[in-house]
Design a binder for this molecule. Structure first.
Ligand code: LIP
Length: 269
């Protein structure tokens, strides 16, 4: 039995307010021009001054609203807390899109209680679209309750995915996609895992999978997809994680799993 120190809805309200402020900051900094560009795991894995500033903004706001909570953020890592609550933050998911001025990136903020994600928000600062969910409370875009795709055939499935920042991994991921293309409707590569999961939650794509994600890429989006009725996990009964994150309607879960296992989608470098 989950020991709840606060209600998921209360955590969600805090997440929505703070993610909204970070989204406005990220957009304003984009309008002023991208600065402070450095790289992380590879020459194409970029981080900007806005990623760092948005993360600082969220951490300070959480410190004011929820002093003592732990925070795991993409840019500054893990800061331990005292209580049962941990916040999981991607300040700008889709940083390459942000860098190139492609209006498809998001602030992703989730609240975890005793290791289980119970609330999450994903906000696109440019479109203003906002997806939210609480565990057991459903998934929403604004006031619209979301239900995922009703597709029943893998061959009719519009499948979103993504590629890592390391060339060797991309070679493996390209092989998997090449084999998937003839057996699905089509592939979409939008560039932000959190938004891919939200698109799947409302049927803008039928399903999604990706290897190499960090928890901050899928914590909030994964809850939103699950609360929209999708199955969310890894392969062969594993949980969603760095090996693979898969989100799909129950009707195609098994055939998609079979294909991803056969093609070793969770394998490679
Ligand atoms: C991105 C993910 C995307 C993946 C990229 C990258 P970032 O996160 O959202 O799905 O394909 O390689 O990991 O780096 O923009 O936070």
């Amino acid at each position: 039995m989950l020991r709840m120190t606060v209600e998921p809805n209360e955590l969600l309200q805090i997440a929505v307010r703070i993610a909204g402020g970070a989204a406005d900051l990220a957009r304003q900094m984009r309008d002023e021009g991208v600065t402070g560009i450095t790289t992380k795991s590879s020459a194409t894995d970029v981080v900007t001054a806005a990623d760092r500033a948005a993360e600082r903004y969220v951490r300070e706001a959480l410190r004011d609203s929820r002093p003592g909570d732990a925070v795991l953020g993409e840019e500054a890592g893990e800061s331990p807390g005292k209580g049962a609550v941990r916040w999981i933050l991607d300040p700008i998911d889709g940083t390459v899109n942000y860098l190139y001025g492609v209006p498809h990136y998001a602030v992703s903020l989730a609240a975890e209680v005793d290791g289980e994600v119970v609330a999450g928000v994903v906000r696109n600062p440019v479109s203003g679209e906002q997806w939210t969910a609480t565990r057991g409370g459903g998934a929403w875009r604004g006031e619209v309750r979301l239900v995922g795709s009703t597709v029943t055939e893998l061959s009719q499935t519009l499948l979103a995915t993504g590629f890592g920042y390391a060339a060797a991994r991309r070679v493996h991921q390209a092989r998997v996609v090449a084999k998937l293309l003839p057996i699905v409707r089509d592939i979409r590569r939008f560039g932000a895992a959190s938004l891919d999961l939200c698109f799947a939650a409302e049927g803008r794509v039928d399903a999604y999978y990706e290897k190499g994600l960090n928890l901050w890429d899928h914590a909030a989006g994964g809850l939103i997809a699950a609360e929209a009725g999708l199955r969310v996990g890894g392969l062969s009964g594993a949980g969603a994680g760095p090996d693979l994150v898969v989100a799909a309607p129950p009707a195609i879960w098994e055939p998609l799993q079979d294909a991803l296992v056969r093609l070793d989608a969770a394998g490679g470098p």
